[in-house]
Design a binder for this molecule. Structure first.
Ligand SMILES: [Cu+2]
Length: 154
């Protein structure tokens, strides 16, 4: 009864997982843009929030500050090993790791190699997550992704 409300937010993620499992089970590997060559990332590479931290209350306009360990930052389009550029995911789950990261209001590309970005969000509860992308905006292998944090805009 009340459990349904709890499980509902997990459904899109589950559906995506089922879909990607179905796709990978299909015999021929896709040859189009669906299978980008993914850049390797060191296993200990870490992307994380300097600010804000999980559970924080923030004003409508605030600066997200990003930390990265064991890799470097390079602008989009620069093909250099062990580098990438940051993406800020707002109120959205990450997509399939073998697909380029979309560019829209939920996926902010810091394509000039920025390590901070000013965002303005409406009052309420929001989630933020960081995902490093390579020169083609595709996640590395394994993906370098932060914890998803929840913030409260007041
Ligand atoms: Cu990008």
């Amino acid at each position: 009864m009340t459990r349904a409300a709890v499980t509902r937010p997990a459904l899109p993620r589950l559906a995506a997982a089922v879909l990607s499992a179905a796709l990978s089970a299909a015999a021929p590997p896709p040859l189009s843009a669906q299978s980008l060559p993914r850049q390797p990332a060191p296993r200990n590479a870490t992307v994380y929030f300097h600010y804000p931290l999980d559970g924080l209350r923030v004003p409508e306009r605030f600066t997200v500050r990003i930390g990265l360990k064991e890799m470097g930052v390079a602008p989009a389009g620069i093909d250099k090993p062990n580098t990438g550029h940051h993406h800020l995911l707002i109120d959205v789950d990450p997509g399939p790791p073998d697909q380029p990261i979309p560019a829209d209001y939920n996926h902010i590309h810091l394509g000039n190699g920025q390590t901070e970005v000013v965002v303005t969000l409406p009052k309420g509860t929001h989630t933020l997550q960081l995902l490093l992308g390579d020169h083609t905006h595709a996640p590395h292998k394994p993906p370098v992704i932060s914890q998803k944090i929840t913030i409260y805009v007041r």
